[in-house]
Design a protein around this ligand. Sequence first.
Ligand SMILES: Cc1cc2nc3c(=O)[nH]c(=O)nc-3n(C[C@H](O)[C@H](O)[C@H](O)COP(=O)(O)O)c2cc1C
Length: 186
Amino acid sequence: MKILKQPSTTFFPVPAVLITTLGKAGKPNIITLAWAGVVNSEPPMIGIGVRPERHSFQLLQDSGEFVVNIPTASQVKQVDLCGVYSGADTDKFQLTGFTPEPATKVKPPLIAQCPVNLECVVRHVLPLGSHHLFVGEVLAVQVDEDYLDSHQLVDIAKMQPLAYATPSYWSLGQPLGLYGFSKKNQ
Ligand SMILES: Cc1cc2nc3c(=O)[nH]c(=O)nc-3n(C[C@H](O)[C@H](O)[C@H](O)COP(=O)(O)O)c2cc1C
């Protein structure tokens, strides 16, 4: 029997990512977001949901640029730190030990220790209620070569990305099959 619950964002798993932004004063910040995902392929676009009360919100509004930094499961503590401290009063690069590194197409820095970085420019902002949806076009992608396989794809087994299912962080389990495997096996 199914229990009918109130409408909510009971939707999982989702990624937990680190978004870097840059303020007018030139100070970079990091925010942890779970409301983030791919919203378009051509051009490549990522949507992120950010509450107006976040320090990062103003930085996003001001600069119109951000970097999506995809962490590994081993970086879970830094991910949590960036989600419970505010850049309004804390330097989260100092707090986490993460190193800011210049991006190639946008002004906010990327996080050197995160193996995948997507440099984005904001194309649309949609106020939805509790959050604004910022839709960013991906202008450049950087991947640590140590995590690329022989086909130049990200080696997920090696990278071990982090997942989130409110209120817990998870690591991924085993791969179950390649896209389209069911048709080939018919
Ligand atoms: C796992 C996790 C996921 C989060 N997801 C979001 C999110 O999607 N949107 C949001 O506005 N805040 C989210 N937060 C809260 C912010 O990360 C948190 O308020 C942070 O301290 C804001 O940083 P800032 O003030 O430096 O911008 C999340 C926090 C955690 C720990």
